[in-house]
Design a binder for this molecule. Structure first.
Ligand SMILES: [Zn+2]
Length: 173
């Protein structure tokens, strides 16, 4: 079951929402992981197939396009325009600010990539290692922006292919 087939079960409407095609499939979310059951293909029944993709469902099932179905907000743990906290949503650039502040004020320049697989939690993949003191400063900065609303897991020593945070400065400045 590849991604192309999945595209037939999920579709993007004119309003830009990712809908679940309710007539052909049951989609369940278990611990943020997408589990699908195919309702139409008898020759190729798929029952509670684990796609391995992480998804975040929208709580609201009404879309401006008029369709009423489950809507999938994010697939695969990639971070889109928003970061979802337990209580509220944040634009994804809040994280860029954290790294920018570290680079400018604390001279800690990190290459990073953000991942969100479940509500209220983000994973920050960082290429460099972090000393304890740096980690502490880092977490202080995180709390400034997210308070306790977003839990942050830091993974160091991970290749991110990202631009250094100071490089991003140009975008904002
Ligand atoms: Zn729609």
């Amino acid at each position: 079951m590849g991604r192309l087939k999945v595209a037939l079960l999920l579709f993007k409407c004119a309003s830009g929402s990712m809908h679940v095609n309710m007539e052909t499939v049951i989609v369940e979310e278990i611990n943020g992981e997408i589990i699908i059951t195919n309702l139409v293909s008898k020759s190729f029944p798929i029952i509670r197939y684990r796609l391995g993709d992480k998804i975040i469902f929208d709580n609201v099932s009404f879309c401006p396009c008029g369709r009423e179905s489950f809507i999938i907000k994010e697939v695969s743990g990639r971070v889109g325009k928003k970061i979802y906290g337990f209580k509220q949503e944040y634009p994804n650039w809040t994280t860029n600010y954290i790294f920018r502040n570290l680079a400018i004020n604390k001279k800690i320049t990190l290459n990073y990539q953000i991942e969100q697989r479940e509500k209220g939690k983000i994973i920050l993949n960082i290429e460099q290692g972090l000393e304890n003191k740096q980690r502490e400063i880092f977490l202080q900065e995180v709390r400034k922006y997210y308070g306790g609303d977003v839990e942050v897991e830091i993974r160091t020593g991970i290749e991110t292919f990202a631009q250094p945070a100071v490089g991003k400065e140009r975008i904002w400045g």
